[in-house]
Design a protein around this ligand. Structure first.
Ligand code: F6R
Ligand code: MG
Ligand code: MG
Length: 370
């Protein structure tokens, strides 16, 4: 029988400001999910946090887009919102955009990454959780894991995936998707996914000839854009992803290696600035400097009949100290630009702007140039 892994997240209140999740919220969520586990609805769960985002990792036998599971996540976020309200936490209930649950949590505010898989003899799985950034922040690392031979040695020297992978790319503006094969269509795919605010990798699949069924994703990323849901800026679209590893897939170290760059992502301070993505340990995922810099944590598990053996806090390793140091240097450099692009995002992508107001005040003073 197949197992479904659902990673569903929402910011239902931060403390202080947008910095972290209060332990009481984690407790509330754990109580809800423990009940669901006892009733047989869940096989297992873990509650985690990255910055101000509450992260629910759940395993169950009811498939993707299951109303019961999405409903459970929604109720859990509602319960956590009540706790947050009691503590007057900042922006309580922020990501719960709908008034009532209506069958599927997608489009209601929370971010969702889920995959239904046949659990292998040994199934290493990594849950990535980011704060102060957007879904496109995963494009570069997911591309490198599954398509860049300078990152993933297995693409060259492991016969079981020397033929590459298939990527499902979403155009989040037009609500369309396309399947693209790498390495054959790599240049075309990069032309799209380099534009990370519009084209995002949603899933990765093994190709024919792999031991892994092509119908089951080997990676999945949340792609919810809150401003598109709400029609205005209401918070960040801090994304999550699930990645399977080893035995015909990138090794754990190949999955983590792309995060040794500290690549630039958008979403820092007021969702309107670029900054380096800093891999950090669970207990340092509390963005403070200029509300950042953007963070990513990685929780590593082995699955055992759907049970989560773990997590291992994968970036809590001195091998990532240098990239953290580098991120701090990049932080100083980017911050020195203040309100100037490319630290500040281009006008169309900013989530806060005073420009229309400034233009209204100046309209009469603008005259034609020679
Ligand atoms: C939130 C974020 C923060 C906020 C900033 C202003 O995820 O990115 O940088 O945008 O703290 O927040 P408000 O407008 O709530 O005072
Ligand atoms: Mg927040
Ligand atoms: Mg957040």
């Amino acid at each position: 029988t197949k197992i479904t892994i659902s990673l569903i997240k929402a910011d239902v209140g931060g403390y202080p400001g947008h910095c972290s999740v209060h332990p009481e919220l984690i407790k509330t969520a754990e109580e809800k999910l423990e009940e669901a586990k006892k009733s047989g609805c869940l096989v297992d769960y873990r509650v985690m946090a990255c910055g101000d985002d509450l992260e629910l990792l759940m395993s169950h036998r009811t498939g993707c887009d299951c109303g019961d599971i999405h409903g459970l996540a929604w109720e859990t976020f509602e319960a956590a919102t009540e706790t947050a309200k009691g503590l007057k936490l900042y922006g309580y209930g922020q990501d719960l955009l709908a008034d009532a649950f209506s069958g599927n949590i997608k489009g209601m505010g929370p971010g969702v990454a889920e995959m239904e898989i046949t659990e292998r003899t040994a199934e290493p799985i990594i849950a990535f959780m980011m704060d102060k950034t957007e879904p496109g922040a995963f494009n570069l690392p997911i591309f490198k894991m599954f398509a860049d031979p300078f990152n993933t040695a297995g693409l060259i020297i492991d016969p079981s995936f020397h033929h590459g992978f298939t990527f499902e790319v979403w155009d989040i503006l037009e609500h369309k998707k396309v399947l693209m094969n790498c390495p054959e269509e790599m240049y075309d795919m990069l032309a799209l996914i380099g534009a990370k605010s519009r084209y995002v990798i949603k899933r990765v699949f093994a190709k024919p000839g792999s031991k892994i069924p092509q119908s089951e994703p080997v990676a999945v990323i949340s792609t919810e854009k809150l401003y598109q849901t709400a029609g205005k800026y209401v918070g960040k679209d801090d994304p999550v992803a699930l990645v399977r590893s080893q035995s015909g897939l990138p090794a754990l170290g190949e999955v983590l290696e792309p995060f040794s760059i500290g690549h630039l992502v958008s979403g820092w301070m007021r969702g309107s600035h670029n900054g380096p993505l800093m891999p950090c340990s669970f207990d340092t995922a509390h963005p403070t400097r200029f509300d950042g810099p953007p963070r990513v944590i990685a929780a590593g598990f082995q699955l055992a009949e759907g049970k989560f053996v773990g997590p291992v806090d994968l970036f809590n390793d001195l091998a990532f100290d240098r990239v953290r140091q580098r991120c701090l240097e990049i932080t100083d450099y980017m911050r020195a630009h203040g309100p100037f692009e490319p630290h500040r995002l281009p006008m169309e992508e900013m989530e806060y702007t005073t420009l229309p107001h400034v233009m209204d005040c100046l309209r009469d003073r603008f005259v034609d140039t020679e």
